[in-house]
Design a protein around this ligand. Structure first.
Ligand code: ATR
Length: 270
């Protein structure tokens, strides 16, 4: 039997176990998937113990995506570029780290429509999640990417030297919003369901713009609600969550899991 897990802290509300268990059952694999909470101030001791256990592969979530790297034997080039790992696999040569977040997001975006060189992409936010998405997009798509962030320097630092992408202030992004055909919201604004906060105003958003949020709880953030009012095509963060999980399961097992079943399992547990 194979054993998979997700490590993080907090981890009690992670929907990864329910999602992966549904995929494992549908594939009729002899495997299980559990959640493991590691103490932040005991990480060194606890991760060593965890790696010595009978585990074949695991996901890594907040706040360990960077901390895990020194414990790995190999790192996939894309994960190395991201500087963050969300998927780890055991093999004959030891532990290998991967990052499926950015490509998972991209798959979700392409469920709505294929990307084109004529697209003009705006990414809002310049944290860890944004970086993986920027790198996946910049590898797969020739359309220019603009990154906007409250702290402009962080957006500037993220840009790939070999591309002519740009970083702009939130004010400039707001003023030029109608130029963009794809807008991706990666900030944590919207997680707090008690406030109707937006990272920037969508007042001048054009109809039929593809607008994506990486947050999946709530399924429709204030940002997506505002975009929908402007008749945008919206994609929520559930697609990214499901696809990053499906890509991780493929890395561990070589199988192609049923994403619709995974998505339904998550929706059922809301
Ligand atoms: P993650 O790794 O999940 O992306 P993060 O690294 O903490 O999380 O990044 C959070 C992002 O949300 C950043 O882009 C942050 O902007 P700053 O770099 O200026 O901190 C953005 N963010 C958080 N709160 C915000 C707010 N109230 N308004 C605008 N941007 C905000």
């Amino acid at each position: 039997m194979k054993h998979f897990a997700v490590i993080g802290n907090p981890i009690a509300h992670s929907l990864s176990p329910v999602m992966h268990t549904a995929a494992i059952e549908a594939l009729q694999l002899d495997a299980d998937y559990t959640r493991v909470k590691l103490e932040i101030d005991q990480f060194d001791l606890e991760i060593r113990r965890f790696l010595a256990s009978e585990i074949d592969g695991f996901n890594v979530t907040v706040p360990f995506k960077e901390k895990i790297i020194p414990y790995l034997d190999q790192i996939d080039p894309f994960a190395a570029k991201c500087g963050a790992v969300n998927t780890v696999k055991r093999s004959d040569t030891g532990w290998t780290g991967y990052n499926t977040d950015g490509y998972g997001f991209l798959e979700g975006l392409e469920e709505k429509r294929p990307l084109s060189i004529d697209d003009r992409i705006l990414i809002i936010g310049a944290g860890g999640a944004s970086k993986g998405i920027y790198l996946a997009l910049s590898e797969k798509c020739e359309a220019p990417i603009t990154v906007t962030n409250r702290t402009l320097e962080k957006a500037e630092q993220m840009l790939a030297a070999e591309r002519s992408d740009r970083a702009i202030s939130l004010e400039e992004a707001e003023a030029r919003l109608a130029e963009f055909t794809i807008i991706i919201q990666t900030t944590s604004v919207g997680l707090d369901q008690t406030h109707f906060d937006l990272p920037l105003s969508l007042e001048s958003l054009k109809k039929d713009t593809l607008v994506a949020d990486i947050i999946y709880n709530p399924l429709k953030t204030p940002f997506l609600q505002a975009a929908e009012q402007k008749q945008a095509i919206i994609q929520n963060g559930l697609a990214m969550f499901v696809n990053q999980g499906a890509l991780a399961l493929s890395i561990w097992t070589g199988e192609n899991p049923n994403r619709a079943i995974m998505k339904q399992a998550v929706l059922n547990s809301f």
